[in-house]
Design a protein around this ligand. Structure first.
Ligand SMILES: [Fe+2]
Ligand SMILES: [Fe+2]
Length: 170
């Protein structure tokens, strides 16, 4: 789908999930430090933008409409991912734990994506049933995503900001 076509919020967020899953797969098969680093940086960029648009736009819209526990866990899972993203961004393939960090990040994301996409009780399904305006949200997500990608591509990723962690430094 072209970048500018209208897309409902859930379709947009799911497409982001598929894109990052593909990148994790590519990372596993990549040969050479240069290729690995390039893919890992793309993973960090995409996940940072994705988590940010969810936290700025989608999750607040879900507030009060879906199970509160599920929403809270999603924020904490994002913060867990931000720790690994900061580590991967600051490191490189020559580091002893680089591949392990990317792998663990992929496992954490896989779990998180399941919680969002699970049929019936997942976050997206609950949000859909609650009657959120997915077209309007999709448009806001698309616009903010384009803005963030442009900014981060030109200036690099900012240090991730935890939303729920009060003790751990990201
Ligand atoms: Fe997501
Ligand atoms: Fe998420």
């Amino acid at each position: 789908m072209a970048e500018n076509s209208p897309q409902d919020a859930i379709a947009l967020l799911k497409a982001d999930h598929r894109s990052v899953e593909e990148l994790f797969e590519k990372f596993e098969g990549a040969k050479g430090d240069g290729a690995k680093e390039k893919i890992a940086r793309q993973i960090c960029l995409e996940l940072t933008v994705h988590a940010q648009i969810e936290e700025e736009i989608f999750y607040p819209a879900c507030e009060g409409k879906i199970e509160e526990d599920l929403l809270k866990e999603a924020y904490v899972e994002h913060d867990g991912a931000k720790v690994l993203i900061a580590e991967i961004e600051a490191g490189g393939p020559e580091d002893d734990f680089y591949d392990a960090k990317v792998k663990v990040l992929s496992e954490q994301i896989q779990h998180h994506v399941e919680e969002e996409e699970k049929r019936m009780e997942g976050m997206f399904s609950q949000a859909r049933h609650a009657g959120l305006d997915m077209d309007a949200l999709g448009e806001r997500l698309r616009a903010r995503k384009a803005e963030l990608v442009a900014t981060y591509q030109s200036s690099g990723l900012p240090r991730p900001e935890p939303t729920t962690f009060t003790e751990a430094t990201v």
